[in-house]
Write a protein that binds this ligand. Structure first.
Ligand SMILES: Cc1cc2nc3c(=O)[nH]c(=O)nc-3n(C[C@H](O)[C@H](O)[C@H](O)COP(=O)(O)OP(=O)(O)OC[C@H]3O[C@@H](n4cnc5c(N)ncnc54)[C@H](O)[C@@H]3O)c2cc1C
Length: 437
């Protein structure tokens, strides 16, 4: 007998679940509170520009099955590009990642980075450096004081909006190895070395921005999706569940939540205080994405990290018109700035006009814009990044055990509460659909 599923949230995870569960013959209904599906993967067309307003997205993955899925659903609507990523450091465009662009550094900084890298490496080999206990210690332990202080600590503190010594290092273990000394020396003397090669060629929809991916995935299940339909209550009903969404009550066999844990909890009744406190303690960042349309050209860069505060609060600038020629009007180019923030901080108190002025003046200082700005907009998303603080592992275990113990299934970036990119979300869906009992 087929199962009847309620899927809470119609972001990339929700629509992919709907498609794959339907293909298995199950009955699904997706409830999405916004007027359209997509979540963080939405794109808006305004004044002839198409921007990914939940942050700049590209399609890449080490997971070949997932990568093929994303590329196949887009059919002809995709283009491949070579990554040309930079770090804006002291007026210079450094090659990314930082440790592969050392020869671009001013001489003093170059010496600081290599000298400290080698000193640290020797000390680590001799067992003189204690095992790192947090993210900041992990950065120093892996790269040495020079690379840490010139780039990795300031950049990470900007994007996470949180001190690196208060962050966990578990998500680095096995993911980012110490660069071999040969690569550091090669990079320092200017011999080309490449890092993060799984991203060196990426794809992107020709038209429609990243939202085109969501539209392509949901096509076969459009009639199973209810938009403008906020879920407000989820309760047990015999062996199944009752879901209240958009004011109506739906009876289903099982519920999969893809909405943030912080949003799911108030939908449930009789939650113990310790669970409320635990979920409340899970940290996340919000994002403001500033779309800037330019008349004229921009440098041939895919995206650029900006560790220093002096240029502005944005940690990353992307150049969407370099991903597809169809996302900006003829003769125009586009820049998307991303600023992370938390409720109550200075950025959260700025009006959209102030954020635009702040961003555009930074772009002018950096030489990326002049009097040629023809379009601006700000879009904010409350749940943008999971922040792995030092209590994360303990808190997420308690929260997951409790919610899964109720019989709820959790899939997706803020439901699993993990740093999942689109490929990670789709992988979670594939695993879920395969293993569902
Ligand atoms: C700045 C930035 C850049 C990124 N760049 C990339 C990239 O280049 N490549 C990549 O692979 N990934 C990238 N990602 C990650 C990618 O955006 C996510 O992995 C993916 O969008 C998560 O999808 P999701 O469906 O799990 O969550 P979400 O997109 O958060 O979807 C959750 C959905 O639930 C809905 N919802 C919430 N509350 C309710 C409710 N009460 N009732 C009904 N619906 C509700 C929301 O409206 C939303 O649509 C980026 C993320 C950010 C923040």
């Amino acid at each position: 007998m087929s199962t009847k599923w309620a899927i809470l949230g119609g972001g990339l995870t929700g629509v992919t679940l709907a498609r794959l569960l339907s293909e298995k013959g199950d009955e699904v209904c997706v409830f999405e509170k916004e007027a359209k599906t997509g979540g963080l993967c939405i794109s808006e067309e305004r004044n002839g520009f198409t921007f990914d307003v939940g942050g700049s997205h590209i399609i890449f993955s080490r997971d070949t099955e997932v990568l093929e899925f994303m590329q196949n659903v887009l059919e002809e609507n995709r283009e491949f590009r070579n990554r040309n990523t930079k770090i804006f450091y002291k007026d210079l465009f450094l090659k990314y990642p930082f440790e592969n662009g050392l020869s671009d550094l001013p001489k003093e900084d170059l010496f600081f980075c290599i000298n400290e890298y080698v000193k640290n490496l020797v000390a680590v080999e001799k067992g003189e450096v204690a095992e790192p206990q947090n993210f900041k210690e992990w950065i120093y332990y892996t790269f040495g004081k020079g690379i840490a202080e010139c780039y990795l600590v300031p950049y990470n503190e900007k994007i996470w909006n949180y001190p690196t010594e208060k962050m966990s290092k578990h998500w680095m273990d096995g993911r980012v190895p110490r660069p071999p000394v040969e690569d550091i020396i090669k990079s320092a003397v200017g011999i080309e070395t490449e890092g993060y090669t799984h991203q060196s060629v990426f794809s992107y929809p020709v038209v429609g921005g990243i939202e085109a991916l969501v539209r392509a995935i949901e096509t076969p299940v459009l009639d199973k999706i209810k938009t403008g339909c906020e879920v407000t209550k989820v309760e047990r009903a015999g062996d199944g569940w009752k879901v209240t969404a958009g004011g109506d009550v739906y009876e289903v066999d099982r519920v999969i939540s893809t909405v943030p844990l912080h949003v799911l909890l108030p939908m449930l009744s009789d939650i113990p205080q310790n669970i409320k406190d635990t979920v409340g303690a899970l940290r996340y960042n919000s994002i403001a994405c500033i779309s800037v349309g330019i008349e004229g050209e921009i440098p041939d860069i895919s995206w650029m990290y900006v560790p220093e505060m002096k240029w502005g609060a944005f940690n990353r600038l992307s150049f969407p018109s370099n991903f597809s020629t169809k996302v900006a009007p003829e003769g125009c180019s586009s820049i998307l700035a991303e600023i992370t923030y938390n409720e109550g901080d200075d950025i959260s108190k700025m009006t959209d006009e102030e954020i635009i002025e702040h961003t555009v003046s930074g772009l002018r200082e950096m030489g990326l814009a002049g009097d040629n700005v023809v379009h601006t907009a700000v879009d904010r998303f409350k749940y943008a990044y999971v922040v792995y603080d030092v209590d994360y592992l303990e808190n997420i275990k308690i929260a997951r055990e409790y919610l899964e113990g109720l019989g709820l299934d959790l899939v997706g970036r803020f439901s699993q509460f993990e740093y999942l990119n689109m490929d990670g979300c789709i992988r979670s869906v594939l695993n879920f659909v395969e293993n569902k009992s």
